[in-house]
Design a protein around this ligand. Structure first.
Ligand SMILES: [Zn+2]
Length: 236
């Protein structure tokens, strides 16, 4: 009997689920939705911010006087010992970058619905320290940004913003030059791509906002650029 590829995959998947049912990474319960790492009950317990539809939300207010933002949002509140901390741990330290993609689709749908993020042209993820990326094997903000961009139908670029310490030019500088440049943490490549653009910078967690703020230093040298921020989680 001829079994096509689709049927073979389907049968194999069901066979695997019978013996290795997918369990929720939070409560170890049964996961109703295939390809999702968390059960419905735990999803309903995620503390959502609802910032996407809220003008002058606490994220936007927290950057007032530091960075002129067009808009900002975050999907959920991060609290020590809470469910979101557990999710973030799995995402960063347990080889589960698909968690970031899932939340990218979720937040992307929310941002589309709000209508406050329509003018965004390009989505850029926060670059990860080269050594951390090598150890982890991925940058979670890239997974988040990519799925956010796909959901919103926006351009995604992860080759425009870099950490200064990770660029080749920095290693060629002598010690004095490096020390002088130490307050500049980020640099941009291909400035022309950003002129007159509305850029959304995305990160996994916003705590003090200092990292995001320092990434804006080179970006704000681009004529006509406008900036917005989005993250998976934020500390309340
Ligand atoms: Zn659960």
């Amino acid at each position: 009997m001829l079994i096509n590829n689709y049927l073979r995959t389907f049968l194999l998947k069901n066979f695997l689920e019978l013996f290795f049912p997918q369990t929720c990474i939070n409560c170890s319960g049964y996961v109703e939705e295939p390809h999702i790492f968390i059960c419905y009950r735990c999803i309903s317990e995620i503390p959502l911010t609802n910032y996407s539809c809220l003008c002058d939300n606490p994220l936007e207010i927290s950057f007032k006087g530091r960075v002129d933002l067009i808009s900002g949002t975050s999907l959920m509140f991060y609290e020590k010992g809470g469910l979101v901390q557990k999710l973030m741990y799995e995402l960063k330290y347990n080889q589960k970058p698909s968690i970031a993609s899932f939340f990218g689709r979720w937040l992307g749908a929310e941002m589309l619905e709000s209508g406050r993020f329509e003018t965004i042209d390009i989505i850029i993820p926060m670059p990860l320290h080269k050594e951390k990326r090598r150890k982890r094997g991925y940058n979670q903000s890239e997974y988040f940004g990519k799925s956010l961009a796909q959901t919103m139908g926006k351009v995604y670029r992860d080759n425009l913003l870099f950490r200064v310490a990770d660029t080749a030019s920095q290693t060629r500088k002598n010690r004095a030059e490096r020390m002088q440049a130490s307050d500049i943490e980020y640099t941009i490549n291909g400035k022309a791509n950003l002129i007159d653009k509305h850029v959304l910078i995305v990160d996994d967690i916003i705590t003090s906002g200092a990292t995001l703020q320092s990434s804006t230093v080179p970006l704000l040298t681009v004529p006509g650029i406008r900036l917005s921020f989005a993250s998976i989680a934020i500390t309340p």
